[in-house]
Design a protein around this ligand. Structure first.
Ligand code: SF4
Length: 280
């Protein structure tokens, strides 16, 4: 029987990088396979570059692109005249679903990340002799607050380990930095979520930061909204039932309550404003 292979999801964010470091330290590079699903083209180029740096200097990361056939496998593509082998991009997924994903209907994770990686695993490890590792942490959200170190993964039908499940984000930064590894530069620019640019779960500060530092990410979302005919973000602006991206950016410039612009939120941000002590 073959040796068990340890599969780690590597998003370019600090949690998955800490989990990858844990795997490498515990099992050694030969047993560890790191994979990244590219989120349908919604990653920032700096995240892309960071994954490239990690691949070159620490451990190769296999890049996987979602296909339409990963999303629907029951003959649906053929019925709709779609090519199952075609790339599934973020806006194409939203067009097919008739809406963008949201916190309550977060289908982007399964369609763009989980399912393409499962297809890749079935192709490359048909014996199923692998265990999966994630960078899930309990304090990320209520939904994750009961996650354990060891679980069973129904989606991949394998053992699942969450080595940083009870760590704080700061502990992940400290652990990775102590190993001398580079960290995604978006953190030094003040972002707290770096998996997608933006993520459908991005908060007010991150949205403003994208708009201020990388307005081309807002232009991208605006073009996607026009293509799909729906808003990227679920309603989040108080008193506004429909919120297109420019409404959301305008709201992000305001104080709590959403009525008054806050000068300090509008002024250009400093070169480095990491909240995780990355600049000493
Ligand atoms: S990072 Fe956010 S937008 Fe991107 S796939 Fe995950 S939940 Fe969806």
């Amino acid at each position: 029987m073959n040796e068990v292979v340890y599969i780690g999801g590597f998003s370019g964010g600090i949690d998955s990088q800490a989990a990858a470091r844990f795997m490498l330290n515990r099992y050694g590079a030969a047993c560890v396979v790191l994979v990244n699903a590219d989120a349908g083209g919604n990653e920032h180029p700096l995240t892309d570059e960071h994954i490239g740096w990690y691949s070159e200097h620490v451990q190769p990361v296999i890049r996987i692109t979602a296909k339409i056939g990963d999303f629907r496998t029951d003959g649906w593509c053929e019925q709709k005249g779609l090519d199952p082998a075609a790339t599934l991009t973020f806006p194409e997924l939203a067009r097919i679903k008739g809406r963008f994903p949201s916190r309550r209907a977060q289908f982007c994770t399964e369609a763009l990340k989980l399912a393409p990686i499962r297809r890749w695993l079935e192709e490359h490890y048909p014996d199923g002799n692998y265990a999966r590792f994630t960078g899930v942490r309990r304090d990320e959200s209520l939904a994750r607050s009961d996650r354990q170190w060891h679980e069973w993964d129904d989606f991949y039908d394998c053992e699942l380990y969450n080595p940083v499940y009870d760590w704080t984000k700061q502990m992940c930064f400290d652990y990775v930095r102590a190993q001398g590894e580079q960290i995604n530069p978006l953190y030094s620019l003040g972002f707290t979520r770096v998996g997608c640019a933006p993520c459908i779960n991005s908060g007010k500060d991150d949205i403003l930061n994208w708009a201020t530092r990388f307005p081309e990410m807002i232009d991208k979302v605006r073009a996607w909204e026009q293509y799909v005919g729906r808003t990227f973000f679920a309603p989040c602006v108080p008193g506004m039932a429909v919120n297109w991206i420019d409404d959301v950016v305008a709201w992000a410039k305001t104080d709590h309550g959403g009525r008054q612009n806050n000068l300090f939120r509008i002024l250009p941000p400093p070169a480095c404003e990491s909240r995780f002590g990355l600049c000493e």
